[in-house]
Write a protein that binds this ligand. Sequence first.
Ligand code: ADP
Ligand code: MG
Length: 407
Amino acid sequence: MIEFKNVSKVYPGNQVAAKDVNLKFKDGEFICFIGASGSGKTTCMRMINRMNEITSGEILINGKNINDMDAVDLRRKIGYVIQQIGLLPHMSVYDNIVLVPRLLKWEEDKLRPIAENLIEKVDLPLSYLDKYPSELSGGQQQRIGVIRALAADQDIILMDEPFGALDPITRDALQKLVKRLQKEMGKTIVFVSHDMDEALSLADRIVIMEKGHVVQFDSPENILKNPASKYVEGLLGEEKLNEAKTSYRTVETIMLKDPVSLTSERSTYDALALMRNRRVDTIFVTDEESHLLGAVGMFDIGRFGKNIKSLQEVMDKVYAINKDTVIMSAIRDIYNLDIKNLPVVDDENKLVGLVTRASVVDTIYTNLWENTEDDTFETDEEEADNLSQLMKDASGDTSNKIGEEND
Ligand code: ADP
Ligand code: MG
């Protein structure tokens, strides 16, 4: 565990780079520092292994104050990767991979298995260990660069914008690789980035810095849901915020507010009358306090003919969702369970609304149009494509069902 306690850093000339930083990182977490240039990301990261000395406050690693440890020792226990993971051209791939363990004076016979194990993890043949970097493709070299950072088996690895200078495709591939290896090997990674997309896709939690202060420290999901300030919104960008608005909107925002319902001691006769009156084919059954008990459908009642029963006797159990459920998840339920509508309950299981297929279709359409530049689609085909993509995202293979549903 890495803990920042009221950590401040003031550079000569009274340049405050970090102010009262309080953070706790768990073992095995992927942490990203993000923020504008000069906001103190690198400074905070470099204080962890004392490449930058702390001005006031303290940093603890597994409960131990790093200022009580030997600085050289500390740096050996923590991996450090800076911009551009270039390989040394005059050394073999093998020598490149074991560079740090060798610097740490590990025994030579321990190094070979380490290098072999790592190169297998990135799906390159063992014979590549004896090649020189120039004999490898650019992408292969980058992969070797990543495993080199893991060779000394340090629990904590610091990375300062390691992919900053790479083209987007290479960067994407290496991000995925780092994330996979980090999980597989249980590393704690502290990663500085200025790219929000990178932080959102890599991090378990993101530290957002502004002028030396931590302005938000949370999971990507929570930051997207509740950006702490205009500054954070600016870092996220409008597109991400719009996406988040849709994907994190809850059913409460689209549900019908007065689902047709009756209490359980009422009769099938009452139910039929109400159905006719309100032009619905299903009625929800509750107790006196609105707790949802079940539902009755028109055809179920029809089966009893003139035989009047209480709703308690004829109702079926019904699947309901909480009002805080996100819309996408409700859409998934509706299509996967192939149901017309979904009652919505509050935390006490009181019936508070109804999500219908029709309202879901509305939401999807509105969302599609909000995200199109022209305000309308060029062709029906394009519209259908977009729609089916959205449905695929929501529920896998149900993209055709929406076409059948035209109410
Ligand atoms: P970031 O990594 O977020 O771009 P840094 O941590 O590098 O930010 O820098 C934070 C602030 O501290 C900046 O204003 C920067 O100019 C200043 N700073 C960084 N390093 C030094 C230094 N060695 N001496 C003086 N000021 C510095
Ligand atoms: Mg920096």
